[in-house]
Design a protein around this ligand. Structure first.
Ligand code: AMP
Ligand code: ZN
Length: 503
């Protein structure tokens, strides 16, 4: 296969590199554009450089763990590309203007609304939630993009693109803004397989008065004539206002990655509107295929309030059923336990979030971490251990992750390594560190946490040590139960008695 040959021809690097290439399997990804899994080939195979754009957050509030599911899936994709030896140029936008509360181009700007809610300036709101978002990425071991770009820093590029669309006769003016006439771009329906006739027939009374087609969307919105003055507004050839939400991704991705690039991602909800509109904005101007691979992550859902079994609802801000990572942390869940939960599901399947599932993921993650710490401890004690990355397991891992990012299977390979008594602890650790380049569970950083044991517990422990010396087993058991009731588990081992906080 093309990529393997290319990589093999690139020998002469360090031995670990060659080792990797030998194990390399096809990377196959599900391309939304074609609705099927196909081998991934970079647009510029010589360069081994993959250009990737992922739609980022609207920074008017905290991201919820549903949003974060999408960013983790994209992180796994990017890490997989790196694992396959590609370099990745990754761009992510920050929407700090223009995303209306209503997808039909009505309603308020989410940012201005957020600022009003908190009595702060829009710029402050944007900064606050951008910082919070970046902290989320850090907590979840999500690699930073190479380029962050804010919509408000790229107004000129957006105006420029709208002017190009205007010059092609694809726009029209309404009282509240400049709109894209989707009927002028016959390919509009292709990406999302839209049934335009049905959409027209089912359209409610025009959502925006004067819109020529139900699928038309705003490119530039005018600042309202009445009411409070907007905090963010710019001069434009059409009047003072602000950009429509979809134009930023088209303009900024082209600005940083060019008119054609490899991968564009987002959540599944972006297929029929946001990404469809992004494509219309770009391809109508360039007359070229814009993005080669489109990947979309499925939703994190929650049980609907109705009692009907299996009835679920997307986790969403407007649905009012969302949790943030901070809430998980306040419940003593480790952020990486959330990552672990997500790894156990395929990104193209819906995942139902429940407290039980989260607890079980926390147990799984803690168990995994303890096993890694044990490996590190035995490596510290034993000398002359056999070292090296285990080829067969790397190969199995490639097979799993290379099959459209099958993380549940990839994680199972990691567990197989932990359970394989034919490997030395050092071989296990080195192989797992390699696989963790994709899993991102922080294997290299895992270490025993020094816990502050409350004085009260230490005192009971002393009593228990004494009771055991006296062979008073009944008292010893009672004291263990007492410690457990206080949230700690007693571990009796060769090296004495230890306590561990119950997670
Ligand atoms: P937004 O800030 O609403 O633009 O969403 C940011 C990203 O999260 C987008 O890629 C959405 O498609 C995605 N997203 C929104 N809700 C969910 C959910 N419940 N599960 C997974 N991804 C989601
Ligand atoms: Zn976008």
């Amino acid at each position: 296969m093309l990529i393997v040959n290319q990589e093999l021809s690139n020998q002469g690097n360090v031995s670990a590199e060659i080792h990797e290439r030998k194990n390399m399997k096809n990377l196959v990804l599900y391309n939304t554009r074609e609705r099927k899994k196909i081998p991934f080939i970079a647009l510029d195979p010589e360069q081994k450089l993959v250009k990737m754009y992922t739609c980022g957050p609207t920074v008017y509030n905290y991201a919820h763990i549903g949003n974060l599911r999408t960013y983790i899936f994209e992180d796994i994709l990017k890490r997989t590309l790196l694992f396959y030896g590609f370099q990745v140029k990754h761009v992510m936008n920050i929407t700090d203007v223009g995303h209306l509360t209503d997808d039909a181009d009505r309603g308020e700007d989410k940012m201005e609304k957020g600022a009003f809610r908190e009595g702060k300036s829009v710029w402050d709101i944007a900064q606050r939630y951008t910082d919070a978002f970046k902290q989320n990425l850090k907590d979840l071991n999500i690699l930073d993009p190479n380029i962050w770009c804010k919509a408000t820093d790229h107004i000129a590029q957006q105006i420029d693109l709208i002017q190009k669309l205007e010059a092609k006769g694809l726009t029209y003016r309404l009282e509240d803004g400049i709109y894209y006439n989707t009927a002028q771009f016959p390919e509009y329906k292709n990406f999302a397989r839209l049934d335009i006739e049905n959409i027209k027939a089912g359209a409610r009374v025009e959502v925006v008065e004067g819109k020529k087609n139900p699928t038309d969307f705003a490119l530039w919105k005018f600042s309202p004539k009445d009411g409070p003055k907007r905090q963010m507004e710019w001069e434009s050839p059409w009047g003072i206002g602000f950009p429509g939400w979809h134009i930023e991704c088209s303009a900024m991705s082209m600005h940083y990655l060019g008119e054609q690039f490899d991968i564009h991602c987002g959540g599944i909800d972006h297929i029929p509107v946001h990404h469809t509109n992004e494509i219309a904005q770009v391809e109508a101007v360039t007359n070229k295929l814009w993005v080669n691979f489109w990947l979309h992550g499925e939703f994190l859902v929650v049980q609907a309030s109705s009692d009907k079994e299996g009835d679920t609802k997307r986790m969403g801000k407007s649905e009012g059923n969302f949790l943030t990572l901070e809430v998980l942390k306040s419940k003593n869940y480790h952020p990486l336990a959330y990552r672990y939960l997500l790894l156990n599901a395929h990104y193209r399947s819906q995942l139902i979030y429940t407290e039980d599932a989260m607890q079980s993921a926390q147990r799984g993650f803690v168990n995994f971490k303890e096993k890694i710490i044990q490996l590190k401890e035995s490596i510290g004690k034993e000398k002359n251990l056999k070292a090296g990355i285990h080829e067969d397991y790397v190969s199995q891992f490639f097979q799993a992750i290379g099959d459209d990012l099958n993380t549940p299977q990839a994680l199972a390979v990691a567990w197989k390594i932990l359970g394989d008594s034919s490997l030395s602890p050092l071989e296990k650790l080195q192989t797992l560190e390699k696989l963790d380049e994709v899993l991102g569970l922080g294997v290299a950083q895992m270490k025993a946490e020094t816990q502050e044991i409350p004085a009260e517990i230490s005192q009971i422990l002393e009593e228990r040590i004494h009771a055991r010396k006296e062979k008073d087993w009944k008292k010893s058991d009672l004291l263990r139960d007492k410690i457990k009731a206080m949230g700690y588990e007693v571990l009796d081992g060769k090296d004495g008695m230890k306590v561990k906080k119950i997670q």
